[in-house]
Design a protein around this ligand. Structure first.
Ligand SMILES: [Zn+2]
Length: 211
């Protein structure tokens, strides 16, 4: 069976998500999207999620556990090399900070002749971290893990305005509560809509990649 199947590996992160969201938020989202991909495509099998990623920008907060970009890149390369029994591997990342090592791993694997796709969710107009977007997603996926009573706004400037400080000094220097955005107004219904949109994007990307 593996020979015709595509393996989807959710790539998450263990990192602070403000006072109100769980450390595994990105892993949860990646796993849910991989499951939706498998529901839409009978040729897709889902691997156990990788719960650690590259999250050094959140290091100042308790709960963040990061393996860093070099280790993540190597893990992804070796993981995909070990999956040669499959027709291809799609790496479904739930964390923006994984993007550079993900792209580097995919480039190495493609140069080796392997069939691999790296995918990261993009939400037009979404806020960057633990704001309305991610809070809505978690209210849809795992509402029992959301402490809405503890939710509070963070730094709501657009990511482009703070990315330099984020890269140089980390999230804590920009937003003391760890939130980049504003969770106010987040709802499970909005989260379901976002999940539908993201899953449709992922399914379209895999369809284009496979044909
Ligand atoms: Zn996140």
């Amino acid at each position: 069976m593996a020979g015709q199947s595509v393996l989807a590996v959710p790539i998450g992160s263990t990192e602070q998500h403000g006072p109100h969201l769980p450390l595994g938020t990105d892993s949860e989202v990646a796993a849910a999207l991989a499951d939706r991909l498998a529901a839409a495509r009978p040729d897709v099998l889902v691997a156990p999620p990788l719960p650690y990623g590259s999250a050094g920008e959140h290091a100042a907060f308790p709960g963040t556990l990061s393996i860093g970009s070099a280790a993540l890149e190597l893990v992804l390369v070796e993981l995909v090399r070990s999956a040669d029994a499959f027709a291809g591997v799609v790496l479904v990342s739930g964390h923006g900070g994984n993007a550079a090592p993900l792209a580097a791993a995919v480039a190495t694997l493609q140069a080796e002749g392997r069939t691999v796709l790296g995918w990261t969710p993009r939400i037009p107009g979404g806020d960057a971290h633990a704001g309305r977007t991610e809070t809505s997603l978690l209210l849809a996926l795992a509402p029992e893990t959301v402490r809405l009573d503890a939710a509070e706004p963070g730094d709501s400037r657009p990511l482009a305005a703070v990315i330099g400080d984020l890269r140089r000094h980390g999230v804590a220097a920009v937003s003391p509560n760890g939130v980049l955005g504003d969770p106010t107004g987040a709802t499970a219904e909005e989260g379901e809509r976002l999940l539908d949109t993201l899953a449709a994007d992922l399914v379209a990307a895999v369809k284009a990649w496979r044909t």
